[in-house]
Design a protein around this ligand. Structure first.
Ligand code: BGC
Length: 827
């Protein structure tokens, strides 16, 4: 029996670290819940409350699949309310709901098992595509109302989604069911105060607000992790004043989105997604084309009021700042988000009516208190990509800056007058589409920006620093240790290092139960393994595991929810024996999901979240966190939107950069920004192609990643499953080398998404040649194929050594390496 190394604890006692991080999860939840409507009903004094709806008893804390987190305990809405002093008086209705939930779940489980037993490979690969949809519950009866003995009702609508499947434009998903509508109607009739809570990972249809007038308040709970229920209750009572704002536009109806009915399978061809709307994604579309929204991007109410006043702005070369004074003019303390939008000259390239170029959040301001926030922005944020000349340009003319309550409600305050056109960054053309795409660009109306009375700042083109990217060379950093390691490894061993150790984990030097994979260890050469764990709402680890007498580590609980559907005997075989084995614990924090984090618009807070995750990585020996997820919310039906931040690349990028800074403030811990790029559809995600013009790709779908690399220093990138303009992303030299490394200066590791290089998908050898360093989760089949390609001369030693260097530089810094092989590291 070999030695089993692990850092999981033998004690399940709550630690100080857990308490600290739980508090951060609470703060993030409290700042991200968005108050959508309020007629003065909120805040409430704790009272008796009639609680109904799918997520009342079992609030959805996050999505399914790799984005799940196995925390010690999660507080949902019912429990949170009770904790805050409310008395939930609809026990009968909730009890009945729980019974329906259990029965529905058992039936659902049988269906999932049937699919599994069919051994149909498509069904197996997509087994996670069947999240159990929470039932809406039974009709609210006169008796329910009577026995609830209150005038206050909270109705919670919940939806579940996750990887492998998109949401659907149907009842019990994007739409409310008839039963939900009927119950909300009944609630409005029966109760004086009705609060509707939306516990869904992305936007949904809210036409109920017109259909059933009289709902007093609406809160977008999103999915808030383990502390959501407590944060929610504190918002309800006013202990916390809501300060979250939407990171997406909410359409009046789904069909209002551009090319809405062509999304995924809706046009009958999920394999080809033509991004005809081009750069007009989210508010860029709604604001440019004057389409009414239900709630605009950046929208969120407060219990207090604020006054915003422009103070001054400065533009010097490539850097700008704008200062806005915020005064709390209401009666209670609160925080305010300041959003800065730019309206760029409409000459030459067609442009959106406005784009977000920066934002900041005030501290907690007491009534009457003022704070001046300074928002910094870069010339790049004002540029547009001219794909004919392959250059980011700043066109001459007026750049009107505005501060905004949200993307719809903005106040223009200053003009930057640029004297001449500037070619800001000269690039080379990348990822050419097979055909012309981007119909809307031609139709974009020209927006006027001649606001004569605004103060003007002369922005001198001569002072702007420009650059031309050099694509001829790649700067690689290495160290003495890495060079020594490489000299000690045979080429075949290097090849083994460049694939993960497989789905079953291989034989890592340090076990991290629940890791999604490991890199290989060469103990005899002093090289440790590293563990890669999901993301993004916290570390996805096995909470309880068992160390068996034979020196194996087995789970004690199912790692992902869908596994609970396995037959009893399978589960028994998989799990350890609590009577005989030594139990090991890893208590990770379930933070709010990505979308919720973005709704805080609070970069310092996100850095704290990242720092907290980094602390847990150190504790359990995790080197790569497979997070943050940062694909753009192109359509609300994408099944993984909840894992991602926003429809806006700047907000997404700033969030990912903040998380990266937090995580990587722990030396040897790395984020893995994913999924690079344009992974905006789950249906047929391994086969479909996202097709778009280069400008759209650069300005919308790559921009967030650029910010995460440049401002956050992200050290690892995960390529995506999809094809981009018909090329699998790991096979794209343009993406993995030209843009990422040669333009943005990324010097870390690029890895594939799990099993994205199986037969018929991305090519393994081409992945390395293109700049992808690690094939994940790897395994012997993978290694064998690459070795054969090497022997046949299809892969040369330089490429192998280059990929290995990049990986080993990070391995050398990793904590397990330093702990277990201190003598072999040079720094
Ligand atoms: C997901 C990734 C995840 C990986 C490892 C894949 O199915 O797309 O986001 O990190 O699995 O669990």
């Amino acid at each position: 029996m070999g030695t089993v190394r692990y850092k999981a604890s033998k004690s399940d006692a709550v630690t100080e670290r857990e308490k600290r991080n739980q508090q951060i999860a609470y703060e993030a939840a409290a700042e991200s819940i968005v108050l959508l409507e309020n007629d003065g009903t909120l805040p409430l004094t704790p009272c008796k409350v009639a609680l109904y709806g799918g997520g009342a008893a079992m609030t959805v804390k996050g999505g399914t699949g790799s984005g799940e987190v196995n925390e010690r305990h999660s507080t949902g809405i019912e429990e949170g309310l009770e904790n805050a002093g409310f008395t939930v008086t609809t026990g009968n209705w909730l009890e009945d709901w729980r019974r329906r939930y259990e029965a529905g779940k058992a039936a659902h489980g049988k269906g999932v098992m049937k699919k599994m037993l069919s051994l149909d490979s498509a069904a197996l690969i997509n087994i996670m595509a069947n999240p159990y949809r929470l039932p809406a519950g039974r009709k609210i009866t006169v008796q329910d109302v009577k026995s609830s003995d209150t005038d206050t009702c909270i109705y919670v609508v919940s939806r579940q989604a996750g990887e492998c499947a998109d949401r659907e434009l149907e009842k019990l998903d994007y739409q409310l069911t008839d039963m939900e509508k009927e119950n909300i109607r009944r609630a409005v009739k029966a109760y004086k105060k009705v609060i509707l809570v939306i516990n869904v990972g992305c936007s949904m249809d809210l036409s109920i607000l017109e259909e059933v007038p009289g709902i007093n308040a609406v809160l977008y709970y999103c999915q808030q992790g383990m502390e959501g229920g407590n944060a929610f209750a504190d918002i309800l009572t006013g202990k916390v004043n809501p300060s979250g704002a939407l990171s997406d536009t909410w359409a009046c109806q789904y069909e209002d989105l551009p090319y809405a009915m062509e999304y995924a399978q809706m046009d009958g061809n999920p394999l080809e997604a033509d991004y005809k709307e081009g750069i007009y994604v989210g508010y860029r579309y709604f604001q440019t084309f004057g389409v009414k929204t239900r709630y605009p991007f950046g929208y969120g109410k407060s219990y207090t009021t604020f006054d915003l006043a422009y103070q001054k702005a400065a533009m010097s070369g490539n850097q700008g700042t704008i200062e806005i004074e915020v005064t709390n003019t209401g009666a209670c303390a609160g925080k305010k988000i300041v959003q800065i939008y730019a309206h760029c000259p409409q000459k030459g390239l067609k442009k959106e009516a406005r784009r977000l170029i920066g934002f900041a959040k005030t501290s907690l301001l007491n009534p009457g208190e003022k704070e001046t926030v300074k928002v910094a922005f870069e010339a790049h944020a004002l540029s547009s990509y001219d794909e004919i000349k392959s250059v980011y340009v700043l066109e001459a003319g007026d750049y009107v800056l505005a501060y905004g309550e949200n993307a719809e409600d903005v106040t223009a305050c200053v003009k930057l007058k640029l004297d001449e056109l500037v070619c800001l960054e000269q690039c080379e053309s990348i990822c050419p589409p097979e055909r012309k795409i981007g119909e809307l660009a031609e139709k974009a109306p020209v927006q006027e920006s001649n606001l004569e009375e605004l103060p003007v700042i002369l922005w001198k083109s001569a002072e702007i620093e420009t650059c031309t990217y050099d694509y001829s060379e790649l700067e690689e950093s290495t160290t003495e240790t890495v060079e020594n390691w490489l000299d000690s490894l045979t080429t075949e061993e290097m090849i083994e290092l460049l694939s993960g150790t497989g789905m079953m984990g291989g034989n890592p030097y340090l076990m991290v139960p629940g890791a999604a994979a490991y890199t290989k260890a060469y103990p005899e050469k002093g090289i440790c393994s590293t563990a890669l764990c999901d993301g993004p709402a916290g570390l996805r680890l096995q909470r309880v595991s068992a160390l068996t007498g034979k020196g194996r580590i087995k789970p004690m609980e199912m790692m992902m929810d869908f596994m609970n559907q396995f037959p009893g005997f399978v589960k028994k075989l998989m799990t350890g024996n609590s009577k005989k084995d030594t139990l090991l614990y890893q208590n990770a924090t379930a933070f709010p999901v990505g979308t919720a984090l973005a709704q805080t618009w609070n970069q310092e807070l996100l850095e704290k979240v990242g720092n907290a995750a980094g602390e847990e990585m150190e504790e359990y020996g995790v080197t790569f966190w497979l997070a943050p997820g940062m694909n753009i919310h192109r359509n609300p039906l994408c099944g993984r939107n909840y894992e991602y931040y926003s429809e806006d690349p700047l907000l997404s990028g700033k969030c990912a950069a903040a998380i990266s800074r937090g995580v990587q403030s722990h030396p040897g811990c790395y984020v893995t920004i994913k999924h690079y790029a344009a992974n905006n559809q789950e249906t047929q995600r391994n086969l479909m192609s996202s097709n778009m013009d280069e400008r759209t790709l650069r300005e919308i779908y790559l921009e967030g990643f650029r910010i995460a690399v440049r401002e956050g220093g992200a050290k690892a990138v995960m390529t995506s499953y999809n094809r981009l303009n018909h090329v699998y992303t790991p096979n794209s030299y343009d993406l993995c080398t030209k843009v990422l490394r040669q333009e943005w200066g990324f010097d870390g590791v690029v890895m594939t998404d799990w099993m994205s290089t199986e037969k018929g998908l991305a090519d393994r050898v081409q992945a390395y040649i293109s700049g992808n360093d690690l094939l994940m989760p790897g395994g012997s089949g993978c290694v064998k194929e690459v070795k054969r390609a090497y022997r046949e001369g299809k892969l040369n030693e330089d490429v192998i050594r280059q990929c290995c260097t990049r990986l080993l530089v990070l391995v050398e810094e990793s904590n397990p390496q330093k702990e277990f092989f201190p003598d072999s590291v040079s720094r």
